[in-house]
Design a protein around this ligand. Structure first.
Ligand code: HEM
Length: 151
């Protein structure tokens, strides 16, 4: 499938990066919402407002953007020859591994929002704040891999 995108390659890559920005914006926002939500659990009216914000963020931005990023990213990866044994794609395999972990983090954050909505907390405020750093770290590693292509 190497090169099957032809002249549309640059457009697909541009769309990929646009939806990456939407997904990452959501992934920076939701964990911060979780911190405020958890800290405001004592006030039912405030908790209800955070539940609504989290649901909107998830339904309108986070999950749709993740799906589009995966579809376009896989098209770019197939175009680059990931399924045809093309050499020199170590950076892409490493990137895919990090994006898998990031998608797992997405699932965890969405799941934790649902847990908070039921009034259950299982992570300390401090741990929740530390977990906020995961998307930033993943973004830095992914961008270095796709731009520098160190291996
Ligand atoms: C969901 C799975 C993903 C797959 C399969 C994927 C795959 C790809 C591929 C094959 C390219 C083309 C690279 C090239 O030709 O040089 C690309 C470009 C890019 N990707 Fe992804 N990607 C994914 C997710 C992400 C995420 C989560 C980020 C950022 C956090 C990201 C950031 C970028 C950037 C910035 C480029 C443009 C690099 C350039 O200037 O060529 N991607 N992606």
């Amino acid at each position: 499938m190497v090169g099957f995108l032809g002249a549309t390659y640059d457009w697909v890559k541009a769309a990929h990066v646009i939806f990456v920005i939407f997904w990452m914006a959501g992934l920076f926002m939701l964990p911060r919402y979780l911190v405020y939500h958890q800290e405001g659990m004592a006030d039912p009216a405030e908790a209800a407002r955070w539940i609504e914000r989290e649901n909107k963020l998830r339904g309108i931005i986070l999950t749709p953007a993740m799906i589009v990023v995966w579809v376009l990213g896989l098209a770019l990866a197939l175009n680059a020859g990931i399924a045809d044994g093309v050499p020199g794609l170590g950076w892409l395999h490493a990137k895919l591994a990090i994006v898998f972990l990031l998608s797992g983090y997405h699932g965890w954050a969405v799941g934790y929002a649902k847990k908070l909505a039921k009034g259950r907390m299982s992570v300390s405020n401090r741990a929740l704040r530390l977990l906020n750093e995961v998307p930033g770290l993943a973004t830095a590693l992914i961008v270095i891999l796709v731009i520098v292509k160190p291996f």
